[in-house]
Design a protein around this ligand. Structure first.
Ligand SMILES: [Zn+2]
Length: 401
């Protein structure tokens, strides 16, 4: 697939003539490239994939982990062409582990990289001539079309869908090819104009600076699709900017500011509607959020308009980090304002866009006249699920569990 790199053990790494050994605690599997994987007996027994231990339909554990004796060990461990057979000494249970499964899940040492996605980080000049696009007919016709669509969204952080019928019904059907719409206090599927029907600047004709949506949610919306159904008037240009690219520029030009934006927690709120006051749990989040383990940048949360009063600062620093924070967001805003960072275009009826709201920031210029938009949010987890299944196939996805 384009956009997703999945590491699969090369056949040459799996030798059917392994000399398997085991002791009171562990099983040792030597691979043909000279590396030996060590698996704990209790881990192997607990991970048994047979239909008595792992439900073949629900894909859930059936085995009682707590009934496994602490001193469990193999009675014998025999290699076959396709994998490792282990008979356990306590109850004679027969387990089978395919070689590629053992290689994929080897933890001591780790032999296969955790799945990562190739992302193409762009500025205006890299994208303006040839933005990512798929055909509506392809997306609606087959899962291969959805695979192309979702992998382009992952790669570029956004994608247009050409040839979409200009109606809310068709737009909703299009969204449902990925997943159901996420319901929020703005509703599920939106069909709206600049009438301030919801107390948010998105429902006005005011200019909107680059931002991500839902900085006030614990889990911000993953994807957002917007379809302009009509606009009798002027202005209203859309602006997109690759937040991961902007973050890379910031890291290169001012590593200290990058650290500040990765560390300082920024509270936010949505409180315009009388019956709503949403704030994130977990003491708010920073603007730049990284994977705890890999350190990879995973999420940009940036909406200066929704920022709450910041009254909890570091007690170590004499200034509490206040001045550093303002310096850092000034620099961040300055990067986002560069013409080579911003991709500007006019949304056209029949050509909706979908974008990754954890990565790509959006905004628009002021407009006049009546402008009708429809669209929806999709949860990131539901998008990722659909992307993985359509691109890798269910078997490969399940093997990774
Ligand atoms: Zn079993």
């Amino acid at each position: 697939m384009s956009g997703t790199a999945t590491t699969v053990a090369a056949r040459s790494e799996i030798d059917p003539h392994h000399q398997i050994s085991f002791d009171a605690k562990r099983v040792y599997v030597p691979w043909s490239k000279g590396v030996t994987s060590t698996y704990h007996n209790i881990w192997l027994r607990d991970s048994c994939q047979c239909s008595a231990c792992f439900h073949p339909v629900t894909k859930q554990r059936l085995l009682n982990t707590f009934a496994i004796p602490e001193d469990i060990k193999p009675e014998n461990a025999e290699p076959s062409d396709s994998g490792l057979n282990i008979k356990w000494d306590n109850d004679g249970h027969q387990s089978f582990y395919p070689w590629d499964w053992l290689h994929l899940h080897s933890y001591q040492p780790i032999l296969e990289k955790t799945q990562t996605y190739h992302r193409f980080l762009w500025g205006r000049n890299e994208i303006v001539e040839n933005p990512p696009v798929v055909e509506y007919a392809d997306v609606m016709a087959s899962d291969a079309g959805v695979a192309e669509w979702t992998s382009k969204v992952k790669m570029y952080g956004f994608c247009f869908v050409e040839g979409t019928p200009v109606s809310p019904e068709a737009t909703e059907e299009l969204i449902n090819r990925i997943s159901f719409a996420r319901n929020t206090h703005y509703g599920g599927f939106w069909d709206f104009t600049s009438d301030l029907s919801k107390a948010d600047t998105a429902y006005t004709d005011l200019p909107l600076g680059l931002h991500t949506d839902g900085t006030y949610f614990t889990d911000p919306p993953g994807l957002q699709l917007l379809h302009c159904l009509s606009h009798d008037g002027n202005g209203g240009e859309s602006i997109l900017a690759d937040g991961f690219r902007a973050a890379r520029i910031l890291r290169e030009e001012s590593p200290e500011h990058y650290k500040t934006l990765s560390r300082v927690r920024v509270p936010a709120h949505s409180a315009g509607n009388e019956d709503v006051c949403i704030r994130p749990t977990f003491s708010a989040r920073p603007i730049l959020n990284h994977d705890d383990v890999s350190g990879e940048l995973l999420q940009v949360r940036w909406n200066n308009d929704d920022r709450s009063t910041m009254d909890r600062w570091s007690s170590v620093d004499p200034d509490g980090g206040v001045l550093q924070f303002y310096d850092a967001i000034r620099k961040w805003n300055q990067i986002l304002s560069r013409p080579e960072v911003e991709y500007r275009f006019k949304l056209k009826p029949g050509r909706p866009m979908i974008f990754d709201n954890w990565r790509v920031m959006h905004g628009r210029t002021q407009f006049d006249g009546k402008r009708r938009l429809c669209g929806a949010y999709i949860n990131m987890d539901d998008f990722e699920s659909r992307m993985r299944l359509t691109n890798m196939g269910r078997e490969a996805v399940l093997r990774q569990l």
